[in-house]
Design a protein around this ligand. Sequence first.
Ligand code: FPP
Length: 244
Amino acid sequence: MNNKNTLEIDLENVPTHIAIIMDGNGRWAKARFLPRTAGHVAGVEAIRDIVKKCSSLGVKYLTLYAFSTENWNRPKLEVDTLMNLLAKYLRNEAKELHSNNVKVNAIGFTDKLPAKCRVELAKIEDLTKDNTGVNLNLALNYGARADISSAIVKIVNGCKDGSIDIDEIDENTLKNYLSTKSIPDPDLVIRTSGEQRLSNFLLWEVAYAEFYFTSIHWPDFKPEELEKAILAYQGRDRRFGGLK
Ligand code: FPP
């Protein structure tokens, strides 16, 4: 742990919501001559420490891009491994997350996940529903474009059945039909492993987010790397389109 960084972080200006694209598990494994799946196992370990670090820094929302709507296109063995890891993570970590006051919530089209994942998700969401610490949002079978189109379909249906007045539609209407409706927009988006793109993650919500890219692969993204990202965030001048 780098105490210097800890001391430098301004605890009054910690991002309320950090969203992370956890990239590089495969490359981490390849560099060690391990199967890609070993990278995902190591990736789960990294999650544990980052959630704890967010708790200790007072980050209120942490959203992790764990499985995208496009990830189904990976080889079946890899998809099965990710689903097994997810079910195991939710089962094994439930007690510890609960004791750390973490509230777990899923975003995305979770009805399409295997039954074992849906069961564990329902259990952990129920167990942690009254917790008041970090809100851990797992993006599972999530894609921003699909989320936005599904919101539009619901709004159009609302207009058709008369429950929504077309003249009243504004930005908040759309927000209220997204799977992120009860989550404030991210302040800081982190992507590991060197790529600098959003890959269909929270497209609507990141309008005024700050971005932090690092070449570190996700399994090596230790709490001190999170500190570096927060320090970079604290050096940014956020104007939200206005003037200081
Ligand atoms: C990107 O690495 C990572 C993913 C597609 C999934 C992230 C999943 C985990 C960290 C583990 C499972 C999650 C939970 C919540 C238990 P990549 O495979 O795209 O790496 P590469 O770009 O180096 O190939």
